[in-house]
Design a protein around this ligand. Structure first.
Ligand code: PGA
Length: 247
């Protein structure tokens, strides 16, 4: 199983940043054993996918409906039409700011998979929950409620992103990551049988060049979802290189 290193550009990226996307595409060809992707703002997807036609460009969210009266939203068919091959669903910033529920995240994942997109489904606990000792239980409950009922394992990835580690420079210990990823793996096997072994489990939250190799060496870490450090090739490519060594 190739490691997957996906960048989440969040609300960053203008036409002037297409050169950075081209640089990441170019440099990624040196690492054929790593699947590299960039999830860019919806409005940039078409330009990005035209600029780097053989590189995986994705969205950061998708609506669960095919079409309809949903002002400001983007459907899975629209993402595909613009050239996306994957999408993130259930990122904690959307679960919080847009009050997305597990049920909505599940419906979004199912809509995206039905449209042939690959999906990165995010789960993660708050600092309060981690400090109270309820991290594994909380994240497993989130997964159980947001996991698509049927999924082609090869097209689904789970990103474990502790909310308190996103954009903060703080990361869980290797033991904490290992415990969570092992629990997620067991739950995926319970849900999908043997195919659950083929779902990649990514770690996300303050991944950077200096900690990537250590994180990729943790059992059941099949890649990373990278925010801030994915915006520039110079920061992102060392993470891809670390995944190639670890894989
Ligand atoms: P970060 O973001 O790498 O900037 O912490 C990760 C994410 O939110 O996916």
């Amino acid at each position: 199983m190739n490691k997957l290193v996906a960048g989440n550009w969040k609300m960053h990226g203008l036409s002037s940043d297409l050169a950075e996307i081209k640089a990441i595409d170019d440099a990624s060809r040196r690492y054929p054993s790593v699947d590299v992707a960039l999830c860019v703002p919806a409005i940039l997807i078409e330009r990005a996918s035209r600029a780097v036609p053989n590189f995986a460009i994705g969205g950061q969210d998708v609506h669960y409906a095919d079409k309809g009266a949903h002002t400001g939203c983007v459907s899975a068919a629209m993402l595909v039409d613009a050239g996306a091959v994957l999408t993130i669903v259930g990122h904690s910033e959307r679960r919080e700011a847009q009050r997305e529920t597990d049920a909505e995240v599940k419906a979004k994942a199912e809509a995206a998979l039905s449209a042939s997109l690959r999906v990165i489904l995010c789960v993660g606990e708050s600092l309060e929950v981690r400090e109270a000792g309820g991290a594994v239980e909380t994240v497993l409950a989130q997964l159980a409620a947001s996991l698509p009922d049927h999924a082609d394992a090869a097209r689904l990835a789970i990103a474990y992103e502790p909310v308190w580690a996103i954009g903060t420079g703080k990361v869980p210990t290797n033991d904490e990551i290992e415990e969570m990823h092992a629990a997620l793996r067991r739950r995926l096997i319970a849900a999908y049988g043997d195919a659950g072994r083929g779902v990649r489990i990514l770690y996300g939250g303050s991944v950077k060049a200096s900690n990537a190799a250590e994180i990729f060496a943790v059992p059941e870490v099949d890649g990373a979802l990278v925010g801030g450090a994915s915006l520039k090739a110079a920061d992102f490519m060392p993470i891809v290189a670390a995944a190639a060594v670890g894989g």
